[in-house]
Design a protein around this ligand. Sequence first.
Ligand code: HEC
Length: 177
Amino acid sequence: MNRVVARSGLVVAGAILAGVWFGGNGATAAPEKDDPAVARARKTVRMLDDVYKTAVVLITDKYVHDEADFPAGSAAIALFSAIEKKGWHSVRLIDVSGEPYDPENVAKSDFEKNAVKALKSGKDYVEEIVERDGKPVLLAATAVPVVMDKCVMCHPNYKNAAKGAAIGSLVYSLPIE
Ligand code: HEC
């Protein structure tokens, strides 16, 4: 009997905590920026960003020799699509330079549009915590600078970019768990 009472007490406490987290009236109270779950999601973004960017540079260095070769950027977009279909996370490679190779790769959401503005003004990382289907999600945008001379072969407009300036961005959407 006592155990049942104790357990139902826990359930009530859990329900109250969940209510505090997600707001009793359906409005979401997103986790704070210093929440450990947010820190974990942020660290995963840093790791993914390093893996994806290192792969693009390696592929460009070893396999892309002229304009007719399959670009690492296209390979990355195909990889992102496969990863998203499997439900891991979503990533978009978008333009910041104002002259995208493919008009599909431009900022579309409000977050992406604001991120492009911030990256243009010199920031190298932008994030926001939102709610999707009742669950908290970390949106994060990282800067893509012109890291190699070879980039200019297919993106002549990158010649005008200041050294280290963002010409593109990787935009992540990752569950906060
Ligand atoms: C062989 C040609 C080629 C090279 C070299 C190349 N790219 Fe691209 N890049 C493309 C193509 C083609 C797309 C469009 C891909 C798509 O939408 O499938 C693209 C897309 C992009 C985008 C997304 C925005 C846009 O313009 O569509 C960024 C950012 C980008 N590339 C950055 C880089 C960087 C940085 C480098 C050097 C490491 C690089 N690219 C090297 C051909 C190239």
